[in-house]
Design a protein around this ligand. Sequence first.
Ligand SMILES: Nc1nc2c(c(=O)[nH]1)N(C=O)[C@@H](CNc1ccc(C(=O)N[C@@H](CCC(=O)O)C(=O)O)cc1)CN2
Ligand SMILES: Nc1ncnc2c1ncn2[C@@H]1O[C@H](COP(=O)(O)OP(=O)(O)OP(=O)(O)O)[C@@H](O)[C@H]1O
Length: 220
Amino acid sequence: MRTPATDGEDNANEGNDDVAARKTALRHDAFRKRRAIGDAERQRAGIRLADAAERSGILDGVGTVAAYVSMGTEVPTTPMLRMMLAHGIRVLVPRLGSGRDLGWGVMDDVDALHDAGGSRPDEPGGAVLDADAIAGADLVVTAAVLADRTGVRLGRGGGWYDRALARRRIGTPVVAVVWPWELVDDGLPCEPHDQRIDGVLTPNGYFAVGARMGLPTESV
Ligand SMILES: Nc1nc2c(c(=O)[nH]1)N(C=O)[C@@H](CNc1ccc(C(=O)N[C@@H](CCC(=O)O)C(=O)O)cc1)CN2
Ligand SMILES: Nc1ncnc2c1ncn2[C@@H]1O[C@H](COP(=O)(O)OP(=O)(O)OP(=O)(O)O)[C@@H](O)[C@H]1O
């Protein structure tokens, strides 16, 4: 027999499991759609992403950006990384090492990235900076699987960015990159550890989200 007290606990756990299950289902669906994108369309999207980032104004006054090297069916970030370097911006990208370390590396040459093995993104050589290197960034551009206009970001599920973003300087804006259809109005599952984002970049443009644009108000 369950006591009322354990019932309460069970319900709380059920709530967490439910959010985790919804996240898993949403990721699965998003990756299924990503796999349907052809190579040519994906390459074009990478160029449009770089243009959108350059025009958006998010790089204004940015000396160091913490960005990432795309992999697989993600929107390609290579053209955007080249553009950032051309603007003289210092670019940090994740270095996962042999596991999923929260390390960073300085990416000063897009053509010198090397295969990091497994299904991990390519990485630069040189020194591995520790997890706190993100505190040197004036802007963080993250990978994401889905994002919503209230500022909720859904990632791959390793918690890598949730842990990394907690170490950024207070007030440093976070912009997530997704495919255009992966930016939804609201309703993405969110847990207490989930870090909020301030903007979303897609090949179609830049969209301020969440508190920085004033949270969506009830329509009258
Ligand atoms: N391009 C890109 N870089 C990123 C992320 C991302 O989503 N995209 N991340 C966003 O979080 C972080 C890394 N997250 C990762 C999450 C899973 C795996 C992965 O699947 N790796 C295993 C496969 C098996 C497994 O261990 O589950 C591997 O190393 O082969 C790699 C990186 C930081 N860098
Ligand atoms: N700050 C944190 N400290 C410790 N564990 C964390 C932290 N943030 C997230 N996690 C753990 O990581 C796991 C995955 O979290 P979640 O599903 O929110 O990942 P995500 O935001 O989609 O992925 P990512 O951050 O890698 O892009 C969860 O089990 C969660 O408990």
